[in-house]
Design a protein. Structure first.
Length: 309
């Protein structure tokens, strides 16, 4: 008889392509993933995955097993959501996924207050640049800065984040004046990777300084903050982070960078589960209370014009 756990390990390996990636997702060792694959193949008496230099690739039989296993997985998750939705207790685990900066600077500091009022709710905070699937129960709640591609989600805007252009005074002295009319030649840019949530802000930066050279790309906003603060180049940063970093100064620009919405996402089947509803309300109130800090209207004293200082 098939072991569903073997199918779960097979799906992870088929999706992620390597033992290390599948093991990380499943929170087990690589040897465990390999052993479970061998168990499934032995039970079915057929090879399901071929190992190639690019990773594990499904065989014809593997493709068919994956299709049916994903159907079973979807049914199991739907059943779990239905049962979870009937849970009326304010206790248990709630998984929250968001970008790294939101996790560290906005949500984590607020959860002590949540725990004080609801000690039986345990939060699992998952900073991740990619959009975890709420439908597949990779997380219960998502806080994002761009519209999701997933379906069957309830999406609510709970705030916004203002951005600015930052660099150190030393960098400006070393690289020279910022001439936006000429595209800022001889300057260095720190941008976000294409699949990050700050693609719009990175696109704005490269359009403002088309003659500059991108010297660092990252999926981490915190990495961009620290790279810029150490003189690495020009970076478009959230103002609540850039303004608080003493080594950085905000540079006046001809056109302000686009702001980002803060979106609160939950699967429609889970939004009325009491513990999830409680965490949704807490996150919404916490972000809204930071409105002025996240979208400041004033300037830092260190703000400089676009021609440098």
């Amino acid at each position: 008889m098939l072991d569903w756990d073997d199918l779960r390990f097979f799906l992870a390996l088929a999706r992620h392509g390597t033992l290390s990636s599948a093991a990380k997702v499943l929170h087990v060792s690589q040897s465990t993933v390999g052993r479970r694959l061998n168990s499934l193949e032995a039970t079915l008496a057929v090879r399901l995955l071929n190992r190639t230099p690019e990773g594990y690739v499904p065989t014809l039989a593997g493709k068919e097993v994956r299709r049916k296993a994903e159907s079973l997985e979807a049914e199991a998750i739907a059943l779990e959501r239905d049962v979870t939705g009937r849970d009326t207790r304010l206790r248990g685990l709630v998984r929250v996924t968001c970008a790294e900066t939101i996790a560290a600077h906005l949500l984590a500091p607020s959860f002590a207050r949540l725990h004080a009022g609801h000690p039986d709710i345990m939060i699992e905070l998952i900073p991740n640049p990619r959009e975890l699937s709420l439908a597949m129960r990779e997380a219960d709640i998502s806080v994002r800065m761009r519209q999701p591609e997933q379906h069957d989600l309830v999406v609510r805007r709970i705030g916004g984040i203002a951005f600015g252009l930052y660099a150190t005074a030393g960098y400006i002295r070393e690289r020279g004046e910022l001439n936006f009319d000429d595209g800022c030649p001889d300057h260095h840019l720190i941008t976000q990777m294409e699949d990050s949530q700050e693609m719009t802000q990175s696109a704005w930066l490269t359009e403002m300084a088309p003659m500059s050279r991108v010297v660092l790309q990252t999926s981490s906003h915190e990495a961009a903050v620290l790279a810029a603060a150490n003189g690495g180049g020009l970076a478009c940063l959230a103002r609540f982070r850039g303004d608080e970093e003493s080594r950085l100064m905000r540079i006046e620009v001809p056109t302000e960078p686009p702001r980002a919405d803060i979106l609160l996402l939950v699967h429609k089947d889970n939004r009325d589960t009491p513990r999830i509803r409680t965490v949704l309300t807490h996150i919404s109130e916490s972000i809204q209370a930071l409105g002025q800090a996240l979208q400041p209207s004033g300037k830092k004293e260190e703000d400089v014009s676009g021609v440098g200082a």
